[in-house]
Ligand binder design. Structure first.
Ligand code: SF4
Length: 406
C-alpha cells in the first residue's frame, strides 16, 4: 500500500466504523428511496454494502421516515446516518430510532437553542454529528458577510457550529464543506484542515450524472486525499447510489489507500491492430466482475502481438488473436479459447486463481501446449500484419523523391 502523509485527526466511531485518526478512509453513500419504505430502503442499503459502502445515510425528513429508521437500523449491515435539514426535531426523532450518526446542515438549522438541544442529546447518547456545510444552502448571513459563496464563508459556518457544540461539551464531530465548484471545495477543505483536527468528510456536492460527475468528484476528492486531507468520502452522483459506492471504493483502491478487495480491470484502449471489439469485451468483463470479491488485476487486450507484453504485470489476462482468446497468468500462456468464450474463461480462471493461487492455476494445464498454440497465432499474425505489411522501404524511397523534387 502506498502511504500518503495523512493529517492527524481525532477519531470518532460511527457505529462499528472508526472515522479519523489512523482508521482506513471510509466510503459513504445515501439511499434514494423514501425512508418510510423500509424494505425498499434496506434493499438499497444491502446493495450499497455489497458494493463496498461502509456507512449509509438516509433522509429523515418526516415522522414516517424516523419510524422507518427504527426498523431499518437493527436490520442494516452497516451503520446508518440520518440526514437532517430544517427540522431539528427530526434529529431528536432519528436518535430515538437508534441511528449511529446525524448529519446537520448549519445553513438551515440556525437557532442556537435548537442546535444545542440536538448536540446535548447526541452527547448523552454518544451519537456523532457531521456538520454538513453545503455551498448551495449556506447561511444567508454568511453569504452576505463574504459577498457570496467563498471558502472562508463555508469554514466560518462550520466553526460557528462547532462553537455551539462546544458550549454543551459535545465533541463527536466530523465536518464537510462541500461545493459543486471543485476549486472552491478544495480551497474550503484546505482552509478547514488548518483550523480543526476533527475528522473531515470529503465530497463535491451535486457533481451530476456520469461521466462528468465522476470526473468532478474524483478531481476534488483525490486532490485532497493526496494532500493527506480527508477521513471519509462520498461521491454525490446523479446515478444509482451503488455507482457512488463503487466509485469511492475504486478511487481508494487505485490510490493505494484501501486494500484491494475487487477486480482491478485493466484494458487496452484498442487500436487499428485490435482483433476484437475490445470495448465490448472489456465492458462485459467489467459487468461480470462488478461486485465479485476477487482482488486480482485482470487485463483485456485487443491483440496477441503486443497485448501480453503490455499487460505483463497483470495476474490474469486475455488477448485476442486469430479468432481466439489467449489466456495468460502472470505473463505465461495457459490456454487458448474460442473468441466467444473469452469472458467466461476469464471468470473461470479468476475464480480458480483466487481460490487456489497462481501456481496451482498454472499447474493445472499443459503450458507448453498453450505456448505452442499461442506462438502459432502470434507468428501468423506477425506475418500478416507485420512490420513490412506497408512495404515501408519502397514508400520511403518515394517520399524522399517527392520531397527532393520540391
Ligand atoms: S494491445 Fe494490441 S490492440 Fe490493444 S492497444 Fe495495444 S497494440 Fe492495440
Amino acid at each position: 500500500m502506498t502511504a500518503y502523509a495523512r493529517r492527524k485527526t481525532r477519531q470518532i466511531s460511527v457505529g462499528k466504523v472508526a472515522v479519523g485518526g489512523n482508521a482506513p478512509i471510509s466510503i459513504q453513500s445515501m439511499t434514494i428511496t423514501k425512508t418510510a419504505d423500509v424494505e425498499g430502503t434496506l434493499q438499497q442499503i444491502y446493495a450499497l454494502a455489497a458494493a463496498g459502502c461502509d456507512i449509509v445515510r438516509c433522509t429523515c425528513n418526516e415522522t414516517e421516515a424516523a419510524e422507518g429508521l427504527a426498523q431499518i437500523v437493527p436490520r442494516s449491515p452497516v451503520p446508518i446516518i440520518a440526514d437532517i435539514h430544517h427540522q431539528y426535531k427530526m434529529a431528536l426523532a432519528a436518535m430515538e430510532a437508534g441511528v449511529h450518526g446525524l448529519r446537520l446542515n448549519p445553513g438551515n438549522i440556525r437557532k442556537p437553542e435548537h442546535i444545542k438541544a440536538v448536540a446535548s442529546e447526541a452527547r448523552d447518547r454518544k451519537v456523532p454529528i457531521r456538520i454538513g456545510v453545503n455551498g448551495g444552502s449556506l447561511d444567508p448571513a454568511l453569504y452576505e458577510k463574504y459577498g457570496g459563496l467563498t471558502a472562508e464563508a463555508m469554514v466560518e459556518s462550520a466553526l460557528r457550529e462547532i462553537a455551539y457544540f462546544e458550549e454543551v461539551d459535545f465533541e463527536l464531530i466530523k465536518i464537510s464543506v462541500k461545493a459543486s465548484n471543485v476549486p472552491l471545495m478544495i480551497e474550503a477543505y484546505r482552509q478547514l484542515s488548518e483550523v480543526t483536527n476533527h475528522p473531515l468528510h470529503l465530497g463535491v456536492t451535486e457533481a451530476g450524472p456520469l461521466p462528468g460527475g465522476l470526473i468532478k468528484a474524483t478531481a476534488g476528492i483525490s486532490t485532497l486525499l493526496m494532500e493527506g486531507i480527508g477521513d471519509t468520502i462520498r461521491y454525490s452522483l446523479t446515478a444509482d447510489p451503488v455507482e457512488e459506492a463503487r466509485a469511492g471504493r475504486q478511487l481508494l483502491e487505485s490510490l493505494g489507500l484501501r486494500e484491494r478487495k475487487n477486480v482491478d480491470l485493466i484494458a487496452c484502449p484498442s487500436c487499428g491492430r485490435a482483433e476484437i471489439d475490445v470495448i465490448d469485451v472489456a465492458n462485459r468483463a467489467q459487468a461480470a466482475f462488478a461486485d465479485k470479491k476477487i482482488p486480482l488485476q485482470i487485463a483485456v487486450m485487443g491483440c496477441v502481438v503486443n497485448g501480453p507484453g503490455e499487460a505483463r504485470e497483470a495476474d490474469l489476462g486475455i488477448a485476442a488473436g486469430n479468432k481466439r482468446g489467449h489466456l495468460f497468468v502472470k505473463g505465461r500462456n495457459v490456454a487458448v479459447v474460442p473468441e466467444s468464450e473469452m469472458v467466461e474463461a476469464l471468470i473461470d480462471w479468476a475464480t480458480y486463481i483466487h481460490e487456489h493461487g497462481v501456481d496451482a492455476a498454472i499447474a493445472r494445464v499443459d503450458t507448453a501446449l498453450a505456448e505452442r498454440e499461442a506462438t502459432k497465432d502470434r507468428n501468423m499474425l506477425l506475418k500478416e500484419h507485420g512490420d513490412d505489411v506497408n512495404h515501408a522501404d519502397e514508400k520511403i524511397v518515394e517520399i524522399r523523391k517527392k520531397v527532393a523534387g520540391n
